[in-house]
Design a protein around this ligand. Structure first.
Ligand SMILES: Nc1ncnc2c1ncn2[C@@H]1O[C@H](COP(=O)(O)OP(=O)(O)OP(=O)(O)O)[C@@H](O)[C@H]1O
Length: 240
């Protein structure tokens, strides 16, 4: 279980301090899928970065299965069991796809294993296995590769930041199926940050982040109607 207690993250802009994440507390139970949504600029990605250790919390605690991981750096948190797919994945010059996925898995993957992972994210495996992870890959290909790196090994908690971004509709449907599979097994907890109704509808619980705080949190059946109720013109959700 992930427990987040009174988490605050501030930035300093021209000498003026601004809280982007403000005193946020929530939990994600084992095997649970929490979908975080909310208006642009509300603080969702920043919250994900603080959870992963890319940004350091100014206040608060992050506890994973009873272990206080607040002071851990990104590698230490990954070892503790957190997997994270970036909203804008980094690219590595000179690194092949099979190498990247092996690094993510923490062991040398066989080509067949690598192909299996690529197929799960809708990439035609043979074409990609030996390809370099560089600027020649499109945004959508990169995004799917990044998701494959998270799928490469089991985690206690996986965080996906806008997995739908830049992905075509067919691949998006495949991704939804992948998330459903992971969710059905209940072996990993999932945090999905998304504006997509199809993803939001999969949630066990929905948390709305706006202006750095929790605007609403609760079971899907309680929160979703409120999002839909905003006349179908909810500013934070893309309808099907
Ligand atoms: N390092 C930083 N320095 C200054 N401002 C920042 C920094 N990181 C984030 N912000 C600002 O904090 C706010 C929250 O950004 P964040 O990316 O977390 O929003 P978001 O909810 O993920 O938005 P979106 O839905 O558009 O992806 C934005 O106004 C952003 O410009």
């Amino acid at each position: 279980m992930l427990e987040v207690k009174n988490l605050t993250f501030k930035v300093n802009e021209n000498g003026i301090e601004r809280s982007i994440v403000k005193n946020i507390s929530f939990r994600v139970d084992d095997g649970e899928m929490l979908v975080i949504t909310g208006p642009n600029g509300g603080g969702k990605s920043t919250l994900a970065k603080v959870l992963m250790g890319i940004e350091k919390a100014d206040e608060g605690q992050i506890i994973l299965d009873g272990e206080d991981i607040t002071a851990y750096d990104i590698n230490h948190r990954a070892n503790a069991g957190i997997g994270y797919a970036f909203q804008q994945p980094p690219r590595f010059k000179g690194m092949t796809v099979i190498r990247l996925l092996s690094l993510a898995a923490g062991r040398e993957l066989k080509e067949s294993e690598c192909c299996g992972l690529l197929s799960r994210v809708g990439l035609c495996a043979q074409e990609y296995v030996r390809r370099e992870v560089d600027a020649t890959l499109s945004g959508g290909e990169m995004k799917r590769l990044e998701i494959a790196t998270v799928l490469a090994k089991p985690h206690k908690l996986c965080i996906f930041d806008e997995p739908e971004a830049g992905i075509d509709l067919w691949s998006f449907s495949m991704l939804i199926q992948e998330f459903e599979k992971i969710h059905r097994k209940k072996a990993e907890s999932l945090i999905l940050i998304s504006h997509q109704e199809r993803i939001i509808k999969m949630a066990d619980r929905i948390m709305v982040i706006e202006n750095g705080t929790i605007g609403a949190v609760g079971p899907r059946d309680e929160i979703l109607p409120r999002l839909l109720d905003k006349g179908g013109s909810c500013t934070c959700m893309n309808r099907e």
